[in-house]
Ligand binder design. Sequence first.
Ligand code: UDP
Ligand code: MG
Length: 200
Amino acid sequence: MYKFSTLRKPFVYFILGGPGSGKGTQCELLSKNLKCVHLSAGQLLRNAISNDSEHKSTIENCINSGRIVPSHVTINLLDKAIFEEQSSETFLIDGFPRNYENMENWIALMDHKITFKSVIHILCSRATMIQRITERSKTSGRSDDNIQTLEKRFITYQNDTYKIIEHYRNRKQLIEINGDNSIETVQGEILESLKKHHSQ
Ligand code: UDP
Ligand code: MG
């Protein structure tokens, strides 16, 4: 266990990619390999629905239509998760920020409290993502793992999330990885690229 001072400014990486690109799977492995904490923004929102939060119906409506939940809701959940977690100084935030509103509010509310590291973008073909989500839908129990919602999630990713990715690319804060390969290959490439990026 770490002892945190009031000056604690945890390290934060964002992991982005389309639905089914492998963010969750890769973050689970990264959290073990790098001894850090994986926070899935989508999972925190799904937990908030189960916990009957005051934003339950807003979150449910957004998730089921592939839209992005208003950022104050998501950021509040992430803020709590980061500052309640005491086992690591480093956090991998999976699936956030998804649009400009997310990014701008994160900067306004959180930037001064954390140390931003980089963004990992898992680039994956649509065919692979459709195949993986179709497979996952058999067991995930997720209300958004169906072809209609998936189409909408692709549109949101293309119209909104891609702009965020370009923003980080222009600032040389982006690490881009081909997500069509095997789990082990993708993991290896992420670890390698992180090492290279942060040694520069
Ligand atoms: N979502 C959101 N803001 C976030 C993360 C997720 O609004 O910061 C919502 C959005 O509707 C998205 C859904 O939660 O389509 C599922 O996100 P998740 O990242 O779990 O799905 P994945 O992309 O990993 O399949
Ligand atoms: Mg996920």
